[in-house]
Write a protein that binds this ligand. Structure first.
Ligand SMILES: Cc1cc2nc3c(=O)[nH]c(=O)nc-3n(C[C@H](O)[C@H](O)[C@H](O)COP(=O)(O)O)c2cc1C
Length: 234
């Protein structure tokens, strides 16, 4: 935790082993994520040519122009149907392929979760169904606690939250092997989407540049507001 800093200048003489970076990306996929839907993709950029283009789409800020490699964190909310299938296949492996009534209560709930509850949350049509859900939940919420993340925009936040946890997991894994990173949202997400030939439904969460820090690559001591201002014991 203490080693990880946002590094803005990397050492040009210290290349990274792409296999080690790949391993850190693999560790990132262990991050907790909403409903284990894993609505993420990780684009590991190693080619000089693509790095150069990507740097210009990150406005050639130092963290990008000196990067040895970069990882683009892509949210794929549009893949929810595929992820439901993967989860159902996994559950069938775990609980066995048998008639529904033979499943335990826990197994039945798990199947219902992925085949009924998740589709109700993720299905959308031009953002309209999200507002219908929101209104229904709001009405129910007058009488009992209810899940509120119903609109399309809420579901986008849900997916981006999980992706950010994976990004942080990646950066910590990198720090653990003395590799440095800088998360960046100062980017042209549309051009990056085009560069990766991503479909309309994909969204760039952030770009993480990677390298080995130069001493001057860390811009000063860490600044945090006093802990008492953000720590609230209830
Ligand atoms: C979502 C996100 C976006 C960021 N975007 C940029 C960026 O575009 N350029 C940059 O130099 N730093 C960026 N940062 C790094 C922050 O400025 C940095 O985390 C903060 O100043 C705290 O410093 P530390 O990471 O060294 O603890 C970003 C950080 C996060 C979490």
């Amino acid at each position: 935790m203490n080693r990880r800093r946002s590094v803005r200048k990397y050492d040009p003489n210290k290349p990274l082993d792409p296999e080690k970076v790949k391993q850190c990306i693999k560790l990132a996929t262990l991050a907790p994520n909403s409903s284990n839907m894993q609505l993420w993709e990780f684009y590991h950029i190693c080619s000089k040519d693509t790095l150069q283009k990507l740097s210009s789409y990150c406005f050639d800020q130092n963290a990008a122009s000196t990067a040895q490699q970069m990882v683009i964190m892509v949210v794929r909310k549009d893949l929810w149907r595929q992820r439901v299938k993967s989860n159902v296949t996994y559950l069938t492996e775990v609980y066995g392929d048998k008639p529904k009534k033979e499943y335990s209560k826990r197994a039945k709930f798990a199947f219902t979760y992925y085949t009924k509850i998740i589709p109700v949350s993720y299905v959308d049509f031009l953002g309209i169904l999200g507002y219908v859900r929101f209104a229904v939940y709001w009405l129910i919420g007058l009488f009992r606690p209810i899940y509120r993340q119903a609109r399309n925009s809420d579901m986008r936040i849900v997916a981006h939250k999980s992706m950010a946890l994976a990004a942080q997991t990646f950066m910590l894994a990198m720090a653990d092997i003395n590799y440095d990173t800088c998360p960046m949202e100062g980017i042209d997400s549309l051009r990056i989407k085009r560069l990766l030939k991503l479909p309309h439904g994909a969204e760039i969460n952030m770009v993480v540049s990677c390298g080995v820090r130069l001493p001057e690559g860390v811009y000063g001591d860490r600044f945090r507001v006093p802990f008492d201002e953000v720590y609230k014991k209830v």
